[in-house]
Design a protein around this ligand. Structure first.
Ligand code: ADP
Length: 498
């Protein structure tokens, strides 16, 4: 693999060479075109001059043509006119009425027979008063123009003038020096500059790579890459990497906390279990005490099983491996069922439970999970409400969603704690370690929120310390759900109106 720095420098140098060459070709082409048009003008001037010499002679009633036995058609220009025409440099050929050559200039006369034949053949195809044409005669390239002669007195039809194309294609020496010396030097310098510039950029990228490589484990995630002196593009890369590292740091910390919390939560019941089993196995323990110990051991085992079940649910939810079993769920029936359970629980806890309103609504969802969520909200409300308190449950149906709300007049949650209630293992009374008394692990609301989100809904909380809390679950209604009937009972009092 060729390193990118080398490849880019080569591509840059290549592009410069191609540009230089294209520029050279363009300059040379435009110079050649300029030179050709100057030569064309020169040939035109020569042809004009030859015409004027003949015109002058004709208008001065001078004799222009003589019989000449040496010429092909036995006719030629008079010596006087021919001598005047010989003064014009280059090639002049004057043609008579029968396409016969009546005069050819010195240069033309010096040509070999073969070249002369080529020239004659070439000028025969040249249009009168048309564009110039280049004819290769021997080693030379000659640019010819032809003019028609309309004067009937002279018996001449056309005059052809030609000028050698010399130097029109070669570039002037100063340009050649520029192209072959200065341009390669400029290209070399520019490529070197490019190499150095790319070196700086790639060094910065290498620094970033090394910085990322140094963050090898969860413990070095507090480090951040520095974006000092970085170009905007590299700074953007560093910023993105830094925010990724920050997210990783948060996840790692959460994972560590989660593992620590889970082990901690398992440690206590395991210790109790162990003590109970030891007590039950001891020979000195009385039979009734042994039974009490075994009962407590059973209780702890159930608690641990609950905890492991909750952890498994959350782990699966995190991995996205948990498929909801979707079916049509009669939410009103579910609410009634949960209400009946709540009545029994409330009775035991000395808390009044009410269902002031409900609605007839079915949704597509996982019945077991929704029941778990409803029960969790209701049991929490009863658990955290002191004797004599009140819990209201309400199911409301709205155009686009359904709300299940649970309000209590219990302990409430401090404003500072509210953002944490849905966090795993978070419990307001954790410091006081009343787990045994209240029996929770702080996982119920985390699971409830996941269930709500998995149904495309949300779970929110409003609470005032000492005044009570209101948990509201909102679940979206799909088209089929919306077709269901309206509320069956007009609420006298909205549970959600805190
Ligand atoms: P737990 O099993 O401890 O109840 P949850 O996740 O269900 O776990 O609740 C987390 C914490 O939120 C509880 O420990 C409690 O401090 C607080 N909480 C939940 N519901 C209520 C409520 N209705 N009133 C007051 N505090 C509550």
């Amino acid at each position: 693999m060729i390193p990118a720095r080398l490849k880019l420098t080569f591509v840059f140098a290549g592009a410069m060479i191609v540009t230089g060459a294209a520029l050279g070709v363009a300059v040379s082409a435009s110079r050649t075109a300029g030179a050709y048009s100057a030569i064309g003008r020169e040939a035109l001037a020569d042809a004009d001059l030859a015409m004027r010499i003949i015109d002058q002679a004709a208008s001065a009633h001078e004799q222009v043509m003589v019989r000449d036995s040496s010429s092909a058609n036995g006719i030629a220009l008079t010596r006087r006119v021919a001598e005047r025409l010989d003064v014009i440099p280059g090639y002049i050929v004057i043609v008579g009425r029968k396409a016969n050559v009546v005069f050819s200039s010195l240069d033309a006369r010096d040509l070999s027979d073969e070249d002369w034949a080529t020239l004659q053949h070439g000028i025969a195809d040249l249009p009168n008063d048309g564009p110039a044409g280049v004819i290769n005669v021997g080693q030379e390239r000659i640019l010819f123009v032809a003019h028609a002669i309309h004067d009937t007195t002279t018996q001449l039809t056309r005059v052809v003038a030609g000028v050698r194309v010399r130097g029109a294609q070669s570039l002037p020496p100063e340009l050649v020096t520029t192209i072959f010396a200065v341009v390669p030097l400029v290209i070399a310098l520019a490529s070197w500059g490019m190499w150095l510039m790319l070196g700086g950029t790639f060094r910065r990228i290498e620094q970033v790579r090394r910085g990322v490589a140094d963050i090898t484990d969860g413990r070095s995630l507090h480090r951040r890459l520095s974006d000092d002196e970085a170009s905007p593009e590299i700074a953007a890369l560093i910023n993105t990497l830094n925010s990724m590292i920050a997210r990783l740091e948060t996840s790692f910390a959460a994972l560590r906390r989660f593992t620590a919390d889970a082990s901690h939560e398992l440690k206590t019941p395991l210790a109790v279990l162990r003590a109970d089993v030891e007590r039950a196995m001891s020979v000195t323990t009385r039979k009734d005490e042994r039974l009490v110990a075994l009962e407590e051991a059973l209780h702890e085992t159930t608690r641990m099983a609950d905890l492991v079940e909750s952890l498994l649910t959350l782990a699966r939810a995190d991995e996205g491996r948990f498929d909801l079993y979707r079916e049509r769920v009669d939410v009103s029936a579910l609410t009634l069922e949960v209400y009946e359970t709540a009545l029994i629980l409330g009775e035991g806890a000395g808390v009044t439970v009410n269902l002031p309103f409900t609605a007839d609504v079915t949704i597509a969802g996982d019945r077991t999970r929704l029941r778990q969520l409803f029960l969790n909200l209701v049991t929490n409300a009863i658990k955290y409400t002191p004797r004599g308190g009140r819990v209201d449950i309400g199911l409301g149906r709205h155009p686009d969603n359904v709300t299940f709300a649970v309000r209590d007049t219990g302990a409430g949650i401090a404003a500072a704690d509210l953002p944490h209630v849905f966090e795993r293992f978070w419990r307001a009374d954790r410091a006081r370690s009343r787990t045994a008394e209240r029996g929770g692990f702080g996982l119920g609301l985390a699971i409830s929120q996941w269930i709500a989100q998995a149904h495309g809904g949300s779970l929110t909380v409003q609470s005032r310390l000492g005044k009570g809390s209101l948990f509201t679950l909102t679940l979206p209604l799909d088209a089929a759900d919306r077709a269901a009937q309206d509320d069956i009972e007009i609420p006298r009092e909205r549970v959600g109106d805190a």
